[in-house]
Design a protein around this ligand. Structure first.
Ligand code: AMP
Ligand code: MG
Length: 484
Protein backbone atom coordinates (compact mmCIF):
# COMPACT_ATOMS: atom_id res chain seq x y z
CA UNK A 1 0.00 0.00 0.00
CA UNK A 2 1.30 3.39 -0.91
CA UNK A 3 0.32 6.50 0.95
CA UNK A 4 0.35 9.87 -0.73
CA UNK A 5 0.48 13.25 0.91
CA UNK A 6 -1.13 16.05 -1.06
CA UNK A 7 -1.06 18.31 2.00
CA UNK A 8 2.72 18.19 2.12
CA UNK A 9 2.74 19.68 -1.41
CA UNK A 10 1.20 22.92 -0.13
CA UNK A 11 4.54 24.12 1.17
CA UNK A 12 6.65 23.72 4.25
CA UNK A 13 5.03 26.61 6.09
CA UNK A 14 1.93 24.42 6.47
CA UNK A 15 3.56 21.80 8.67
CA UNK A 16 6.65 20.39 10.30
CA UNK A 17 8.19 17.24 8.79
CA UNK A 18 8.70 14.95 11.72
CA UNK A 19 8.61 11.24 12.41
CA UNK A 20 6.66 9.68 15.26
CA UNK A 21 8.77 8.80 18.26
CA UNK A 22 9.01 5.00 18.46
CA UNK A 23 7.37 3.27 21.41
CA UNK A 24 8.61 0.37 23.50
CA UNK A 25 6.14 -2.44 23.03
CA UNK A 26 3.23 -1.68 20.69
CA UNK A 27 0.17 -3.94 20.73
CA UNK A 28 -3.12 -3.59 18.90
CA UNK A 29 -5.78 -2.97 21.56
CA UNK A 30 -8.74 -2.13 19.31
CA UNK A 31 -8.84 -2.71 15.57
CA UNK A 32 -11.65 -1.46 13.35
CA UNK A 33 -12.05 -4.40 10.94
CA UNK A 34 -14.89 -2.81 9.05
CA UNK A 35 -13.13 0.50 8.48
CA UNK A 36 -9.88 -1.26 7.61
CA UNK A 37 -11.80 -3.23 4.98
CA UNK A 38 -13.04 0.03 3.43
CA UNK A 39 -9.55 1.54 3.29
CA UNK A 40 -6.98 -1.12 2.60
CA UNK A 41 -6.04 -3.89 0.21
CA UNK A 42 -4.95 -7.39 1.26
CA UNK A 43 -1.33 -6.36 1.65
CA UNK A 44 -2.30 -4.50 4.81
CA UNK A 45 -5.35 -6.55 5.75
CA UNK A 46 -3.23 -9.69 5.66
CA UNK A 47 -0.65 -8.44 8.15
CA UNK A 48 -0.57 -9.98 11.60
CA UNK A 49 -1.31 -7.97 14.74
CA UNK A 50 2.33 -7.46 15.55
CA UNK A 51 3.04 -5.98 12.15
CA UNK A 52 -0.05 -3.77 12.35
CA UNK A 53 0.97 -2.60 15.82
CA UNK A 54 4.38 -1.55 14.48
CA UNK A 55 2.73 0.54 11.74
CA UNK A 56 -0.07 2.05 13.82
CA UNK A 57 2.17 3.05 16.69
CA UNK A 58 4.52 4.93 14.38
CA UNK A 59 7.42 2.48 14.81
CA UNK A 60 7.34 1.45 11.14
CA UNK A 61 6.77 4.04 8.45
CA UNK A 62 4.88 2.87 5.34
CA UNK A 63 6.14 3.43 1.80
CA UNK A 64 5.19 6.86 0.53
CA UNK A 65 4.44 8.20 3.97
CA UNK A 66 5.99 11.57 4.83
CA UNK A 67 4.85 12.09 8.42
CA UNK A 68 4.02 15.70 9.20
CA UNK A 69 2.61 17.67 12.11
CA UNK A 70 0.16 20.28 10.86
CA UNK A 71 0.33 23.95 11.75
CA UNK A 72 -2.85 25.62 12.96
CA UNK A 73 -4.02 28.33 15.31
CA UNK A 74 -7.35 28.60 17.09
CA UNK A 75 -9.71 30.35 19.42
CA UNK A 76 -9.81 28.38 22.65
CA UNK A 77 -12.76 29.32 24.85
CA UNK A 78 -12.94 32.57 22.93
CA UNK A 79 -9.25 33.51 23.20
CA UNK A 80 -7.05 33.53 20.14
CA UNK A 81 -3.88 31.45 20.24
CA UNK A 82 -1.82 32.19 17.09
CA UNK A 83 -0.02 28.85 17.19
CA UNK A 84 -1.40 25.52 18.35
CA UNK A 85 -0.68 22.81 15.78
CA UNK A 86 -0.36 19.04 16.11
CA UNK A 87 1.47 18.75 19.40
CA UNK A 88 1.01 15.02 19.66
CA UNK A 89 -0.14 13.91 16.22
CA UNK A 90 1.48 12.87 12.97
CA UNK A 91 -0.31 12.83 9.65
CA UNK A 92 1.11 9.72 7.99
CA UNK A 93 -0.49 10.46 4.64
CA UNK A 94 -3.61 9.93 2.61
CA UNK A 95 -5.27 6.93 1.08
CA UNK A 96 -8.06 6.75 -1.47
CA UNK A 97 -10.65 4.36 -0.05
CA UNK A 98 -12.79 1.81 -1.90
CA UNK A 99 -15.45 4.49 -2.52
CA UNK A 100 -12.82 6.67 -4.13
CA UNK A 101 -12.77 9.12 -1.21
CA UNK A 102 -9.47 10.55 -0.03
CA UNK A 103 -8.87 9.98 3.69
CA UNK A 104 -6.18 11.22 6.05
CA UNK A 105 -4.45 8.68 8.24
CA UNK A 106 -3.18 10.33 11.40
CA UNK A 107 -1.55 8.99 14.52
CA UNK A 108 -2.41 10.75 17.78
CA UNK A 109 -0.26 10.26 20.86
CA UNK A 110 2.71 9.42 18.65
CA UNK A 111 5.28 11.72 20.22
CA UNK A 112 6.22 15.36 20.54
CA UNK A 113 6.56 17.87 17.71
CA UNK A 114 7.60 21.49 17.58
CA UNK A 115 3.96 22.32 18.41
CA UNK A 116 3.94 20.42 21.71
CA UNK A 117 4.57 23.38 24.02
CA UNK A 118 4.66 21.76 27.47
CA UNK A 119 2.86 18.58 26.43
CA UNK A 120 4.51 15.17 26.29
CA UNK A 121 3.15 14.28 22.85
CA UNK A 122 1.42 11.24 24.25
CA UNK A 123 -2.09 9.98 24.83
CA UNK A 124 -3.44 7.80 27.64
CA UNK A 125 -5.38 4.61 26.94
CA UNK A 126 -8.64 5.89 28.49
CA UNK A 127 -9.12 8.86 26.15
CA UNK A 128 -7.98 6.73 23.21
CA UNK A 129 -10.66 4.11 23.88
CA UNK A 130 -13.20 6.88 24.37
CA UNK A 131 -12.34 8.45 21.01
CA UNK A 132 -12.64 5.06 19.28
CA UNK A 133 -16.04 4.27 20.82
CA UNK A 134 -17.52 7.75 20.38
CA UNK A 135 -16.49 7.94 16.73
CA UNK A 136 -18.04 4.56 15.98
CA UNK A 137 -21.22 5.42 17.88
CA UNK A 138 -21.60 8.71 15.99
CA UNK A 139 -20.88 7.01 12.68
CA UNK A 140 -23.50 4.33 13.37
CA UNK A 141 -26.03 7.05 14.25
CA UNK A 142 -25.35 8.54 10.80
CA UNK A 143 -23.50 11.64 12.02
CA UNK A 144 -20.47 12.92 10.09
CA UNK A 145 -17.37 12.10 12.08
CA UNK A 146 -13.72 11.24 12.01
CA UNK A 147 -13.26 7.59 12.99
CA UNK A 148 -10.63 5.49 14.68
CA UNK A 149 -8.96 2.69 12.84
CA UNK A 150 -6.97 1.47 15.80
CA UNK A 151 -5.98 1.96 19.38
CA UNK A 152 -2.47 0.65 19.93
CA UNK A 153 -1.04 0.41 23.43
CA UNK A 154 2.57 1.53 23.67
CA UNK A 155 3.88 -0.47 26.63
CA UNK A 156 4.87 2.89 28.13
CA UNK A 157 3.39 4.91 30.97
CA UNK A 158 2.06 8.42 30.55
CA UNK A 159 1.75 10.69 33.55
CA UNK A 160 -1.51 12.58 33.98
CA UNK A 161 -3.11 13.00 37.43
CA UNK A 162 -2.09 9.39 37.90
CA UNK A 163 0.20 7.12 35.85
CA UNK A 164 -1.75 5.67 32.91
CA UNK A 165 -1.04 3.13 30.20
CA UNK A 166 -0.04 4.95 27.01
CA UNK A 167 -1.75 4.50 23.63
CA UNK A 168 -1.73 5.77 20.07
CA UNK A 169 -5.03 6.34 18.23
CA UNK A 170 -5.11 6.06 14.45
CA UNK A 171 -7.60 8.63 13.23
CA UNK A 172 -9.21 8.53 9.80
CA UNK A 173 -10.60 11.85 8.63
CA UNK A 174 -11.85 13.35 5.37
CA UNK A 175 -9.15 15.90 6.12
CA UNK A 176 -7.65 17.69 9.08
CA UNK A 177 -8.41 21.17 7.78
CA UNK A 178 -9.85 23.27 10.56
CA UNK A 179 -11.05 26.83 10.96
CA UNK A 180 -7.86 27.16 13.00
CA UNK A 181 -5.76 26.28 9.93
CA UNK A 182 -7.15 29.34 8.17
CA UNK A 183 -6.69 31.45 11.29
CA UNK A 184 -3.03 30.47 11.40
CA UNK A 185 -2.34 32.08 8.02
CA UNK A 186 -4.77 34.97 8.49
CA UNK A 187 -2.92 35.94 11.68
CA UNK A 188 0.29 36.01 9.63
CA UNK A 189 -1.44 37.96 6.85
CA UNK A 190 -0.32 35.32 4.39
CA UNK A 191 -2.97 35.79 1.71
CA UNK A 192 -1.26 33.49 -0.73
CA UNK A 193 -1.35 30.61 1.73
CA UNK A 194 -5.01 31.38 2.48
CA UNK A 195 -5.88 31.14 -1.17
CA UNK A 196 -3.95 27.87 -1.43
CA UNK A 197 -5.85 26.54 1.57
CA UNK A 198 -9.19 27.55 0.06
CA UNK A 199 -8.37 25.77 -3.18
CA UNK A 200 -7.15 22.73 -1.30
CA UNK A 201 -10.34 22.66 0.81
CA UNK A 202 -12.44 23.07 -2.32
CA UNK A 203 -10.67 20.26 -4.13
CA UNK A 204 -11.10 17.89 -1.19
CA UNK A 205 -14.55 18.81 0.07
CA UNK A 206 -16.39 21.12 -2.30
CA UNK A 207 -15.17 20.25 -5.83
CA UNK A 208 -18.34 21.76 -7.32
CA UNK A 209 -16.94 25.22 -6.41
CA UNK A 210 -13.83 24.76 -8.51
CA UNK A 211 -15.11 26.77 -11.44
CA UNK A 212 -16.66 29.61 -9.48
CA UNK A 213 -13.75 32.02 -9.97
CA UNK A 214 -13.51 34.75 -7.34
CA UNK A 215 -16.92 33.79 -5.95
CA UNK A 216 -15.45 30.56 -4.67
CA UNK A 217 -14.31 32.14 -1.39
CA UNK A 218 -17.71 33.37 -0.28
CA UNK A 219 -19.26 30.15 -1.55
CA UNK A 220 -16.76 28.18 0.51
CA UNK A 221 -17.89 30.11 3.59
CA UNK A 222 -21.53 29.43 2.75
CA UNK A 223 -20.91 25.71 2.18
CA UNK A 224 -18.83 25.18 5.30
CA UNK A 225 -21.48 27.02 7.30
CA UNK A 226 -24.20 24.77 5.88
CA UNK A 227 -22.26 21.67 6.91
CA UNK A 228 -21.69 23.04 10.40
CA UNK A 229 -25.42 23.73 10.68
CA UNK A 230 -26.23 20.19 9.57
CA UNK A 231 -23.67 18.81 12.00
CA UNK A 232 -24.92 20.67 15.06
CA UNK A 233 -28.54 19.78 14.19
CA UNK A 234 -27.41 16.17 14.23
CA UNK A 235 -25.64 16.60 17.57
CA UNK A 236 -28.84 18.03 19.04
CA UNK A 237 -30.85 15.15 17.61
CA UNK A 238 -29.00 12.60 19.74
CA UNK A 239 -28.02 14.71 22.76
CA UNK A 240 -24.32 15.03 21.95
CA UNK A 241 -22.28 17.68 23.74
CA UNK A 242 -18.93 18.24 22.06
CA UNK A 243 -17.45 19.96 25.09
CA UNK A 244 -14.65 21.89 23.41
CA UNK A 245 -15.94 23.60 20.28
CA UNK A 246 -12.81 25.68 19.82
CA UNK A 247 -12.09 26.83 16.27
CA UNK A 248 -9.18 24.39 16.05
CA UNK A 249 -11.71 21.61 16.65
CA UNK A 250 -14.08 22.84 13.93
CA UNK A 251 -13.51 21.04 10.64
CA UNK A 252 -13.91 22.41 7.14
CA UNK A 253 -15.26 19.01 6.05
CA UNK A 254 -18.15 19.19 8.54
CA UNK A 255 -17.05 16.12 10.45
CA UNK A 256 -17.10 15.87 14.22
CA UNK A 257 -13.51 15.91 15.45
CA UNK A 258 -11.75 15.67 18.82
CA UNK A 259 -13.65 13.61 21.32
CA UNK A 260 -11.75 14.91 24.36
CA UNK A 261 -14.29 16.07 26.93
CA UNK A 262 -17.45 15.22 24.98
CA UNK A 263 -20.44 13.59 26.66
CA UNK A 264 -24.03 12.57 26.03
CA UNK A 265 -26.87 14.47 27.66
CA UNK A 266 -29.09 12.29 29.85
CA UNK A 267 -31.78 14.40 31.50
CA UNK A 268 -32.91 17.07 29.05
CA UNK A 269 -31.52 20.44 29.98
CA UNK A 270 -30.09 22.82 27.40
CA UNK A 271 -27.66 24.16 30.00
CA UNK A 272 -26.00 20.76 30.45
CA UNK A 273 -22.21 20.94 30.66
CA UNK A 274 -19.96 18.08 31.72
CA UNK A 275 -16.49 19.40 30.96
CA UNK A 276 -14.58 20.34 34.09
CA UNK A 277 -12.84 23.22 32.33
CA UNK A 278 -16.00 24.78 30.87
CA UNK A 279 -16.93 26.74 33.98
CA UNK A 280 -19.00 29.37 32.16
CA UNK A 281 -21.01 26.83 30.19
CA UNK A 282 -19.75 28.26 26.92
CA UNK A 283 -20.09 24.86 25.27
CA UNK A 284 -23.32 23.78 26.98
CA UNK A 285 -25.69 21.55 25.00
CA UNK A 286 -28.05 24.34 23.97
CA UNK A 287 -25.27 26.82 23.29
CA UNK A 288 -23.75 24.73 20.50
CA UNK A 289 -25.63 26.44 17.61
CA UNK A 290 -24.58 29.90 18.82
CA UNK A 291 -20.98 28.75 19.18
CA UNK A 292 -20.98 27.17 15.73
CA UNK A 293 -22.10 30.55 14.38
CA UNK A 294 -19.37 32.29 16.36
CA UNK A 295 -16.83 29.87 14.88
CA UNK A 296 -18.15 30.58 11.38
CA UNK A 297 -17.69 34.30 12.02
CA UNK A 298 -14.04 33.60 12.85
CA UNK A 299 -13.77 31.56 9.65
CA UNK A 300 -15.36 34.40 7.67
CA UNK A 301 -12.80 36.85 9.06
CA UNK A 302 -9.95 34.78 7.68
CA UNK A 303 -11.46 34.95 4.19
CA UNK A 304 -12.06 38.71 4.09
CA UNK A 305 -8.98 39.64 2.01
CA UNK A 306 -10.02 37.07 -0.60
CA UNK A 307 -13.70 38.00 -0.70
CA UNK A 308 -13.17 41.61 -1.79
CA UNK A 309 -10.29 44.06 -2.07
CA UNK A 310 -12.21 46.65 -0.14
CA UNK A 311 -12.31 45.53 3.49
CA UNK A 312 -15.63 47.18 4.30
CA UNK A 313 -17.26 45.58 1.31
CA UNK A 314 -15.82 42.18 2.29
CA UNK A 315 -17.16 42.57 5.83
CA UNK A 316 -20.62 43.44 4.47
CA UNK A 317 -20.70 40.41 2.19
CA UNK A 318 -19.35 37.91 4.71
CA UNK A 319 -21.28 39.42 7.63
CA UNK A 320 -24.51 39.05 5.71
CA UNK A 321 -23.87 35.32 5.19
CA UNK A 322 -22.93 34.64 8.78
CA UNK A 323 -26.00 36.54 10.02
CA UNK A 324 -28.17 34.05 8.13
CA UNK A 325 -26.94 31.27 10.39
CA UNK A 326 -29.68 31.42 13.08
CA UNK A 327 -32.60 31.27 10.64
CA UNK A 328 -31.04 28.53 8.57
CA UNK A 329 -30.29 26.61 11.72
CA UNK A 330 -33.80 27.02 13.14
CA UNK A 331 -35.37 25.79 9.95
CA UNK A 332 -33.32 22.60 9.90
CA UNK A 333 -33.60 22.13 13.64
CA UNK A 334 -37.39 22.33 13.53
CA UNK A 335 -37.56 19.76 10.76
CA UNK A 336 -35.30 17.46 12.71
CA UNK A 337 -37.35 17.83 15.91
CA UNK A 338 -40.55 17.27 13.92
CA UNK A 339 -39.17 13.95 12.69
CA UNK A 340 -38.33 13.00 16.25
CA UNK A 341 -42.05 13.16 17.05
CA UNK A 342 -43.11 11.44 13.83
CA UNK A 343 -44.15 14.44 11.74
CA UNK A 344 -43.22 14.39 8.09
CA UNK A 345 -44.40 17.91 7.28
CA UNK A 346 -43.91 20.87 9.53
CA UNK A 347 -46.89 23.18 10.20
CA UNK A 348 -46.41 26.58 11.88
CA UNK A 349 -48.24 25.34 14.98
CA UNK A 350 -45.75 22.47 15.37
CA UNK A 351 -43.15 24.86 16.76
CA UNK A 352 -45.28 25.24 19.85
CA UNK A 353 -45.89 21.51 20.14
CA UNK A 354 -42.14 20.87 20.01
CA UNK A 355 -41.18 23.60 22.46
CA UNK A 356 -43.89 22.48 24.89
CA UNK A 357 -42.44 18.99 24.79
CA UNK A 358 -38.91 20.22 25.45
CA UNK A 359 -40.16 22.42 28.31
CA UNK A 360 -41.87 19.39 29.85
CA UNK A 361 -38.78 17.23 29.51
CA UNK A 362 -36.77 19.92 31.25
CA UNK A 363 -39.28 20.65 34.03
CA UNK A 364 -39.83 16.99 34.80
CA UNK A 365 -36.12 16.17 34.45
CA UNK A 366 -36.74 13.41 31.95
CA UNK A 367 -34.11 11.53 30.01
CA UNK A 368 -33.86 12.80 26.43
CA UNK A 369 -33.16 9.47 24.69
CA UNK A 370 -35.54 7.37 26.76
CA UNK A 371 -38.39 9.85 26.38
CA UNK A 372 -38.27 9.92 22.58
CA UNK A 373 -37.90 6.16 22.44
CA UNK A 374 -40.90 5.81 24.71
CA UNK A 375 -42.93 8.20 22.55
CA UNK A 376 -42.21 5.99 19.56
CA UNK A 377 -43.08 2.81 21.40
CA UNK A 378 -46.25 4.36 22.80
CA UNK A 379 -47.75 4.29 19.31
CA UNK A 380 -47.98 0.52 19.44
CA UNK A 381 -47.62 -0.38 23.10
CA UNK A 382 -50.37 0.54 25.61
CA UNK A 383 -48.02 0.00 28.56
CA UNK A 384 -45.45 2.43 27.14
CA UNK A 385 -48.25 4.84 26.36
CA UNK A 386 -49.34 4.72 29.98
CA UNK A 387 -45.80 5.42 31.17
CA UNK A 388 -45.19 8.35 28.88
CA UNK A 389 -48.64 9.82 29.53
CA UNK A 390 -47.87 9.74 33.25
CA UNK A 391 -44.82 11.90 32.44
CA UNK A 392 -46.19 14.21 29.78
CA UNK A 393 -49.91 14.41 30.58
CA UNK A 394 -52.09 16.30 28.13
CA UNK A 395 -49.20 16.93 25.76
CA UNK A 396 -49.67 13.34 24.61
CA UNK A 397 -53.24 13.97 23.51
CA UNK A 398 -52.23 17.13 21.60
CA UNK A 399 -49.53 15.13 19.89
CA UNK A 400 -51.89 12.25 19.03
CA UNK A 401 -54.41 14.70 17.57
CA UNK A 402 -51.66 16.22 15.47
CA UNK A 403 -50.54 12.78 14.25
CA UNK A 404 -54.11 11.92 13.28
CA UNK A 405 -54.26 15.07 11.18
CA UNK A 406 -51.42 14.07 8.93
CA UNK A 407 -51.71 11.80 5.94
CA UNK A 408 -49.27 9.23 7.23
CA UNK A 409 -50.53 6.42 9.40
CA UNK A 410 -49.27 5.92 12.95
CA UNK A 411 -47.29 2.96 11.68
CA UNK A 412 -45.52 5.26 9.25
CA UNK A 413 -44.91 7.86 11.95
CA UNK A 414 -43.46 5.19 14.15
CA UNK A 415 -41.13 4.02 11.37
CA UNK A 416 -39.97 7.60 10.87
CA UNK A 417 -39.35 8.01 14.59
CA UNK A 418 -37.33 4.84 14.62
CA UNK A 419 -34.95 6.27 12.02
CA UNK A 420 -34.09 9.34 14.05
CA UNK A 421 -34.41 8.39 17.72
CA UNK A 422 -31.62 6.12 18.93
CA UNK A 423 -32.64 3.41 21.39
CA UNK A 424 -29.12 3.35 22.77
CA UNK A 425 -26.40 6.01 23.01
CA UNK A 426 -22.89 5.85 24.46
CA UNK A 427 -24.03 6.95 27.89
CA UNK A 428 -21.33 8.53 30.02
CA UNK A 429 -21.83 6.09 32.84
CA UNK A 430 -21.37 3.06 30.61
CA UNK A 431 -18.49 4.69 28.76
CA UNK A 432 -16.67 5.19 32.05
CA UNK A 433 -17.36 1.62 33.16
CA UNK A 434 -16.04 0.25 29.88
CA UNK A 435 -12.91 2.42 29.99
CA UNK A 436 -12.25 1.39 33.58
CA UNK A 437 -12.54 -2.26 32.63
CA UNK A 438 -10.12 -1.79 29.72
CA UNK A 439 -7.53 -0.15 31.94
CA UNK A 440 -7.91 -2.47 34.92
CA UNK A 441 -7.98 -5.70 32.96
CA UNK A 442 -5.57 -4.69 30.22
CA UNK A 443 -7.88 -6.17 27.60
CA UNK A 444 -10.61 -4.84 25.36
CA UNK A 445 -13.61 -7.18 25.66
CA UNK A 446 -15.76 -4.59 27.50
CA UNK A 447 -15.12 -2.09 24.70
CA UNK A 448 -15.86 -4.69 22.00
CA UNK A 449 -19.22 -5.55 23.61
CA UNK A 450 -20.16 -1.87 23.92
CA UNK A 451 -19.14 -1.25 20.31
CA UNK A 452 -21.33 -4.10 19.12
CA UNK A 453 -24.41 -2.63 20.78
CA UNK A 454 -23.64 0.89 19.57
CA UNK A 455 -23.28 -0.39 16.01
CA UNK A 456 -27.07 -0.73 15.80
CA UNK A 457 -28.32 2.39 17.59
CA UNK A 458 -31.83 2.33 16.13
CA UNK A 459 -32.58 -1.31 16.79
CA UNK A 460 -32.38 -3.16 20.08
CA UNK A 461 -30.27 -6.31 20.07
CA UNK A 462 -30.05 -9.01 22.76
CA UNK A 463 -27.63 -6.98 24.83
CA UNK A 464 -28.90 -3.44 24.16
CA UNK A 465 -30.91 -3.32 27.39
CA UNK A 466 -27.71 -3.63 29.44
CA UNK A 467 -26.58 -0.24 28.14
CA UNK A 468 -29.84 1.72 28.16
CA UNK A 469 -30.19 2.36 31.85
CA UNK A 470 -29.48 5.68 33.50
CA UNK A 471 -27.27 5.80 36.61
CA UNK A 472 -28.89 6.56 39.97
CA UNK A 473 -27.81 10.20 39.99
CA UNK A 474 -28.90 10.55 36.31
CA UNK A 475 -25.33 11.62 35.49
CA UNK A 476 -25.88 14.97 37.14
CA UNK A 477 -22.52 14.88 38.89
CA UNK A 478 -20.64 13.51 35.88
CA UNK A 479 -17.51 15.39 34.76
CA UNK A 480 -15.24 15.00 31.76
CA UNK A 481 -11.64 16.10 31.43
CA UNK A 482 -9.53 17.00 28.43
CA UNK A 483 -7.70 13.87 27.41
CA UNK A 484 -4.30 15.54 27.53
P1 AMP B 1 -6.99 19.38 21.90
O1 AMP B 1 -7.46 19.73 23.27
O2 AMP B 1 -6.74 17.90 21.73
O3 AMP B 1 -7.83 19.95 20.82
O4 AMP B 1 -5.54 20.01 21.77
C1 AMP B 1 -5.28 21.38 21.82
C2 AMP B 1 -3.82 21.62 21.54
O5 AMP B 1 -3.01 21.05 22.56
C3 AMP B 1 -3.32 21.03 20.24
O6 AMP B 1 -2.35 21.90 19.74
C4 AMP B 1 -2.71 19.72 20.69
O7 AMP B 1 -1.76 19.23 19.78
C5 AMP B 1 -2.08 20.12 22.00
N1 AMP B 1 -1.92 19.00 22.91
C6 AMP B 1 -2.89 18.36 23.59
N2 AMP B 1 -2.39 17.36 24.33
C7 AMP B 1 -1.05 17.33 24.13
C8 AMP B 1 0.02 16.52 24.63
N3 AMP B 1 -0.18 15.53 25.49
N4 AMP B 1 1.24 16.81 24.18
C9 AMP B 1 1.47 17.81 23.32
N5 AMP B 1 0.51 18.60 22.82
C10 AMP B 1 -0.75 18.38 23.22
MG1 MG C 1 -7.93 19.56 18.92
Amino acid sequence: MKLTNSYARLGDNFYESIHPEPVKDPKIFLWNYKLAGELFHPEILGLNNQELAQIFSGNTILTGSEPIALAYAGHQFGNFVPQLGDGRAHLLGEIVDHQNLRKDIQLKGSGPTSFSRNGDGRCALGPAVREFIMGEAMHAMGIPTTRSLAVTTTGETVYRETPQPGAVVTRIASSHLRVGTFEYFAARQNHRALEQLCDYAISRHYPELRNEGDDRFILLLENVMERQIDLVVEWLRVGFIHGVMNTDNTTISGETIDYGPCAMMGVYNPRTVFSSIDRQGRYAFGNQPAIAQWNMARFAETLLPLIANDEKQAIDIAGQRVSEFPDRFKEKHHHMMARKIGLTKLLPSDHELISELLDLLEQKQLDYTISFDRLRQSLSSPSEEKLITADLGSWISSWKTRLQNQQESEVESQALMQQVNPVVIPRNYHMEKVIRSCIENGESSAAEEFLEVLASPYMATDTTAQYQNVPDDADLSYQTFCGT
